[in-house]
Design a protein around this ligand. Structure first.
Ligand code: NAI
Ligand code: PYR
Length: 320
């Protein structure tokens, strides 16, 4: 294979060039894993400004073409990231954004999908991400495996970070998942948490640290409340979600078959269907390859089902 044949090929369209969209573009540009990024925003000048700023870093990264465009420029993308819409004000929940963002999605999704490549994957980031992923799937008419939400990939990273700091273990050796709703009902799966293969319940009693965070609820609150704490201080979250989104995009474009806690349409898991929620899933060039079943304990299962039923109720109120 020649060097030019080996060159990275992969086009990503980012709809919404605000804090999350622009930061994701930056993370993707730094990753060197895509060859083309188009930024689309209702505020075209903002998209142009972000694209110019990013392009000026061209000499520091692997070749990548970055520009501001329109919905038509998203049609030949491999992945379309949807980060457009209202974001939370301090104290506001993700679900409180629903009314405003559903209207935006009704207008935006057909513009993205009319003429979209057959194998493109839609990746929803805007909140509330689980319900908006469902809306995207419904309005687009695309197969379920090609419509994904970033779900709890960010919360899983936060959980691993908090555990890593608490236990003084490299986050790469902390294996832990957050599943369910990306929101107040998210579920930390303690029963599947382990340190390099040692179940957390066995690791904790023999740990060499004098731990002042034995209470799992304290850790859970830190993870669950992370976005509120950041938004109170700086108005928005964008660095970690930019990296989480990049991780998912890479798994799609590079056909990695990575297992990520993305939001996906359930079809009977834990008795739930017709709702988007996060579970570990194998992600590759086709989108979702399969969902991996976790052996949840009774409390985790109850929490998961409860948040799924609550989201189904929210979906039921929508005119889609
Ligand atoms: N899933 C997750 O883990 C996370 C999700 N978010 C969500 O991402 C979304 C974006 O957040 P930010 O970037 O901070 O907001 P932002 O306000 O900085 O950017 C939103 C952008 O969307 C654009 N926009 C609005 N309507 C549009 C339309 N019809 N077509 C194209 N562009 C449109 C706006 O002009 C703006 O540039 C929010 O819903 C936020 O809650 C944020 C962080 C993490
Ligand atoms: C804003 C948001 O959803 C987060 O940072 O988790």
């Amino acid at each position: 294979m020649t060097i030019s044949e080996q060159a990275i090929k992969g086009k990503v369209a980012i709809i919404g060039a605000g804090d999350v969209g622009a930061t994701t573009a930056y993370a993707l540009m730094m990753s060197g894993s895509v060859s083309e990024i188009v930024l689309v925003d209702i505020d075209h000048e903002k998209a142009e400004g972000e694209a110019m700023d990013l392009r000026h870093g061209a000499s520091f990264v692997k070749p990548v073409d970055i520009y501001a465009g329109d919905y038509e420029d998203a049609h030949d993308a491999d992945v379309v990231i949807i980060a457009a819409g209202a974001s939370q004000k301090p104290g506001e929940t993700r679900l409180e954004l629903l009314g405003r963002n559903v209207d935006i999605f009704h207008d935006m999704i057909p513009r993205i999908t009319d003429g979209l490549a057959d194998d493109a994957v839609l990746l929803v980031v805007a909140n509330p991400v689980d319900v908006l992923s469902y809306v995207t799937w419904k309005v687009s008419g695309l197969p379920r495996h090609r419509v994904i939400g970033t779900g709890t990939v960010l919360d899983t990273a936060r959980f691993r970070n908090v555990l890593s700091e608490n236990c003084n273990i490299d986050a790469r050796n902390v294996h832990a998942y957050v599943i369910g709703e990306h929101g107040d009902g998210e579920v930390l799966v303690w029963s599947a948490t382990h340190m390099a293969g040692v179940p957390f319940d066995d690791y904790c009693p023999v740990c060499d640290l004098d731990c002042d965070m034995q209470n799992r609820e304290v850790i859970a609150e830190e993870v669950r409340g992370a976005a509120y704490e950041i938004i109170d201080r700086k108005g928005a979250t964008y660095y970690a979600i930019g990296l989480a989104t990049t991780e998912i995009v890479e798994s799609i474009i590079r056909d990695e078959n990575s297992i990520l806690t993305v939001s996906t349409l359930l079809d009977g898991q834990y008795g739930l269907e017709d709702v988007y929620l996060s579970l570990p899933a194998v992600v590759n060039r086709g989108g979702i390859r399969r969902v991996v079943d976790l052996d949840l304990d009774e409390r985790e299962r109850e929490q998961f089902v409860e948040s799924g039923e609550m989201l189904k109720e929210e979906i039921g109120k929508l005119d889609i």
